[in-house]
Design a protein around this ligand. Structure first.
Ligand code: NDP
Ligand code: MG
Length: 393
């Protein structure tokens, strides 16, 4: 079990930098922090282009600083609207400097996509603890990120509900006693559908998730099952588990968030209603478990939890996740970038739903694989994969 942090023993609130405060995870994090004023305080907030929303948050929360990563949006801000005493910084590099500051204890990485890597990396370099929502960082550069955290003595706590569940269940035994990690997934809005029914799916249909309310990119990833693929890779690096010990089960109720099976046959699961505020709270306050804002399970009526194997024939994106978890190296960065570009094209009405996995798989298969890339090589391949998907027909 992780030891108590310095703040937890000193009684001072933990100082939180929240990257991506205007998004779905960002808003849930603001809510969690507001419930624990004695334990958590916000030092900094970042957004990309939703400036008005960020300024509103700044007036409410009064952080030390706010960051706008979109340079144009940042430069055109009406500075008279910034609350007195709050510093504004503009651009991703400026944000990366801020997360490394002395006024930050823990960084919540709730930026979407590959853009999340820079701030996460800077925070880890400075030895800050991370509550990682931005799974793309671990998909792209898992071994490098985990190694950096180890060298700097920084803790990485999962925010993703599946990984939060796995983290908690893993506390029941030793890593060498684990037989398998079973990640659960709702199956998304198209569970049970066949390929011919998925051919004409439109963005507005794919954006309707049955159990979770999330940002558009992860919602599309959930519809293709690419989200579960990314989570398999995330678990591979976060828990240092070989791909052979990772499995996925579809669980439409989204209440059991994942399970760990141990060698003796015991299965430990974590269950709670689908509400991201619980894993966020856990990532920030672990090992404490105070009563917080999260919804609770209703035990007054009968209910059932279903589990079924995933359909990888109709949802081939999931297979790519296992493939990449096995390969490591440059495969994660290519998969991630190709998928991000493909999702962007789908949302613009420029690519068919089934082509997201198809294009991503083809670009992945044709890339120049290397087993031990550095960040520079990953960045180069990220750009290459985006260009390849950009011209994919
Ligand atoms: P949203 O789309 O709701 O929010 C994304 C946030 O990132 C916004 O604050 C946005 O700013 C900011 N942002 C967007 N582009 C950039 C950029 N280029 N540079 C810097 N900041 C940027 O996403 P979610 O909150 O749904 O997801 C965030 C991350 O958490 C993702 O990695 C996702 O996979 C992960 N996650 C999300 C879950 C969920 O329930 N939503 C569950 C588990 C993981 P602005 O608003 O100004 O555009
Ligand atoms: Mg998840």
């Amino acid at each position: 079990m992780a030891p108590l942090t310095e703040q937890q023993t000193s009684g001072k609130p933990r100082r939180v930098a929240l990257l991506g405060s205007t998004g779905s995870i960002g808003l849930s994090t603001l809510d969690v922090v507001s419930h624990f004023p004695d334990k958590l305080v916000l030092t900094g907030l970042s957004a990309h282009s939703r400036v008005d929303q960020l300024l509103e948050q700044a007036h409410k929360v009064r952080p030390e600083w706010i960051a706008i990563t979109d340079i144009d949006a940042g430069q055109s801000v009406d500075r008279s609207k910034i609350p007195h005493g709050v510093e504004l910084v503009v651009g991703p590099e400026a944000l990366a400097r801020k997360v490394a500051g002395d006024d930050v204890d823990v960084v919540v990485t709730a930026i979407v996509g590959a853009a999340g890597l820079l701030g996460t990396w800077a925070a880890l370099e400075a030895g800050k603890d991370i509550a990682v929502a931005n799974k793309e960082t671990l998909v792209m550069a898992g071994p490098l990120v985990m190694d950096l955290a180890k060298r700097r003595g920084a803790k990485i706590m999962p925010v993703d509900s599946e990984h939060s569940a796995l983290f908690q269940a893993l506390c029941s035994g030793k890593p060498e006693q684990v037989r398998r990690l079973v990640l659960t997934g709702s199956g998304g809005p198209f569970r049970g559908k066949k390929r011919h029914e998925l051919e004409s799916v439109r963005p507005e249909q794919a954006l309707k998730h049955p159990t979770w309310k999330m940002g558009p990119k992860i919602t599309i990833d959930s519809a293709t099952l690419m989200n579960k693929a990314l989570e398999v890779i995330e678990a591979r690096w976060l828990f240092d588990m070989p791909a052979e010990k990772l499995e996925v089960m579809i669980h439409p109720e989204s209440v059991v968030h994942s399970l760990v099976e141990f060698e003796d046959g015991s299965i430990m699961a974590q269950a709670s209603p689908p509400d991201m505020r619980l894993p966020i709270q856990l990532a920030l306050l672990w090992p404490e478990r105070p009563n917080g804002p999260t919804r609770r399970l209703d035990w007054t009526g009968a209910f059932a939890w279903r589990f079924e194997p995933p359909d990888t024939d109709n949802f081939p994106a999931l297979r790519l996740g296992f493939e990449v978890a096995r390969q490591g190296g440059t495969a994660g960065a290519v998969l991630n970038a190709a998928n991000e570009e493909a999702v962007g094209r789908f949302l613009r009405g420029d690519l068919a739903f089934l082509d997201i996995a198809q294009a991503t798989g083809q670009v992945l298969a044709s890339h120049d694989f290397s087993a031990h890339p550095d960040l520079g090589e990953l960045a180069r391949l990220d750009g290459w994969a985006r260009r390849e998907v950009g011209r994919w027909k």
